[in-house]
Design a protein around this ligand. Structure first.
Ligand SMILES: Cc1ncc(COP(=O)(O)O)c(C=O)c1O
Length: 546
């Protein structure tokens, strides 16, 4: 059989016309290749050992659970696709060699990571515990109930829903739970029907109009709010009539009286607070008063500062779980759990929140819920409370050190885990500062300052956060060194030039001597605070990065 073109130019198979000598050579070549493969496998079996065997024979009879778990896991992955195993190891290398000042990132424990790597991922479990659309969910029920119980205990919440996959999803679930409770249920009562299925087509159309006419009042994106809080580019501003509130232009602080005045005019269905880039505590008791006065449901998105609530740094008037009807959060930022999210709510909303699937979500991620349960338990300890307190102390130490070096901070400082530094005094945009820091081994993100003249893309600020460095064990003296490195890099950076020879907003010109000196300081600092010291990176690189 061989291939030939037919009259239409298409390839077709052709039998019988191959000379016998060519045919025999192909057969013998195949036999040779096949036997060589067999010999290779035989040789491998006898003389080569697997990464796990190599580890066990090199550890002097003292294997650690962390290395066994990582090596075995990577070996499995590499047996299918070695490139993926190599990327995991390269990521450990990257994380170990950069100072992470991204306020929304952290390092979760190896126990949290281990809880995710198993067959729980295979199970469909739409619905909620003991009320699923699939059979065989008994173990997923156990996992979800345990994670929810841990969350309720940790935060003192009436009810926890731990299925949401991300912060964006969880806010959608919360919005639709509120719409169901406050728009759908009263409409069904008004029409004298029990369920949506009993509505006529016209009645359902009317209900959809009512959903679309509701108002949301959240912190403006440009003032530190999140995209999902009513920003035009996000579905939240398309679902709701969005009426964002800002911060005071002079102080950069939330002005509760102004928010109250606006809320009384707008009368939103949902008054939402919480932030991605606001460096101060929020008085949730005051927000409760405003919500009660204007008749709104109070929702708080504590994605950024959940760890500070769990760690009992934000208590009393500053504890959102105490005051809000619905609290949403991610689990992977200050809380130090797996990438994911959850909702904590008052009893009144529990049944509505439980319908997150099928309302918004598909099947839950049982392996991630298992990891959430581990993270919540880790957070419910004195050690974690110490960690949370130290995150804030470190942020304040970093803020003070930067201010001592002449850097202007939004609101003059911080009382949470993050700060916003104005980099325009260095003659740079936020994007340029971010790029220069990264070249020296410091990961940060550019962030718009409220009412930013450089706009939301180039920005005038850097958002700096301490959750990750605190997890590594750094303290206040290291924060001084970090501030000094930041200052050194930014002083050694000039804007690059555009084609027309004007200062660019993105390009940078970083002094090579400054880059070298700052990079050395970064590596010296990191060498004293090694990420996952249980993992032998040289060994992992030797075995998995070819
Ligand atoms: C306040 C807030 N809410 C929601 C989110 C969205 O989280 P995710 O990226 O998990 O969707 C973020 C992410 O940065 C956030 O800061």
């Amino acid at each position: 059989m061989y291939f030939a073109e037919n009259e239409n130019g298409r390839i077709r198979r052709k039998f019988g016309a191959l000379p016998l000598s060519v045919f025999l050579s192909i057969v013998s070549l195949n036999i040779y290749i096949f036997s060589a493969k067999l010999r290779y496998h035989f040789f491998w079996e006898i003389f080569m050992s697997t990464p796990l065997e190599n580890y066990l024979s090199s550890c002097g009879n003292k294997p650690t659970a962390a290395m066994c778990a990582y090596v075995a896991n990577l070996q499995q992955v590499a047996s299918v696709n070695p490139k993926i195993a190599a990327s995991v190891v390269n990521e450990i290398q990257n994380q170990r060699s950069h100072l992470k000042l991204i306020a929304s990132e952290n390092y979760c424990s190896l126990a949290v990571q281990s809880a995710m790597g198993n067959l729980l991922t295979d199970k469909y479990a739409e619905g909620y515990p003991e009320h699923r659309y699939y059979g065989g969910c008994v173990n997923v029920d156990a996992v979800e109930m345990e994670a929810a119980r841990e969350a309720e205990e940790l935060f003192g919440a009436d009810y926890a829903y731990v299925q949401p996959h991300s912060g964006a999803d969880t806010n959608l679930v919360a919005y639709w739970a509120i719409l169901s409770a406050k728009v759908e249920t009263p409409t069904l009562e008004e029409l004298g029907v029990k369920s949506l299925n009993d509505l006529t087509t016209e009645q359902f159309a009317e209900l959809r109009k009512r959903f679309g006419n509701q108002k949301l009042m959240g912190l403006d994106y440009s003032c530190g709010g999140h995209l999902t809080h009513g920003y035009k580019m996000n579905v939240s501003a398309r679902m709701f009539e969005s009426h964002p509130y800002g911060v005071d232009e002079k102080t950069g602080l939330l002005d509760y009286d102004a928010i109250e005045k606006q809320a009384m005019e707008v009368k939103p269905l949902i008054l939402l607070t919480g932030y991605s880039a606001y460096p101060r505590k929020i008085n949730f008791k005051r927000f409760r008063e405003i919500a009660d006065k204007c008749g709104a449901v109070l929702m708080v998105d504590m994605a950024h500062f959940a760890g500070l609530v769990a760690g009992k740094v934000f208590t009393g008037d500053y504890d959102p779980v105490k005051w809000a009807d619905i609290v949403t959060t991610t689990t992977h930022k200050t809380l130090r759990g797996p990438r994911g999210a959850m909702i904590l709510c008052k009893k009144e909303f529990a049944d509505y929140v439980n319908k997150g699937c099928p309302m918004v979500l598909g099947g839950p991620l049982p392996h991630v819920m298992a990891a959430k349960a581990i993270a919540f338990k880790e957070a419910n300890t004195p050690a974690y409370q110490e960690y949370a307190a130290k995150v804030v102390k470190n942020a304040q130490a970093l803020a003070k050190a930067l201010q001592d070096l002449g850097v202007r901070l939004q609101t003059d400082g911080t009382d949470n885990h993050l700060m916003l530094a104005d980099v325009t005094s260095y003659g740079l945009t936020g994007k340029q500062a971010e790029a220069a820091m990264f070249e020296c081994g410091v990961t940060v993100n550019a962030n718009a300052l409220p009412y930013d003249k450089n706009g939301a893309w180039w920005t005038s600020g850097l958002r700096l956060g301490t959750p990750a460095l605190t997890t590594l064990g750094m303290g206040e003296s290291e924060m001084k060194e970090v501030a000094s490195i930041i200052d050194q890099v930014l002083k050694g950076t000039k804007p690059g030039l555009t084609k027309e020879g004007k200062p660019a907003k993105g390009k940078i010109d970083l002094d090579p001597a400054v880059k070298e000196a700052a990079s050395k300081r970064v590596q010296a600092l990191l060498s004293k605070f090694v990420l996952y010291p249980e993992l032998d990176l040289d060994f992992l690189k030797k075995e998995f990065v070819k």
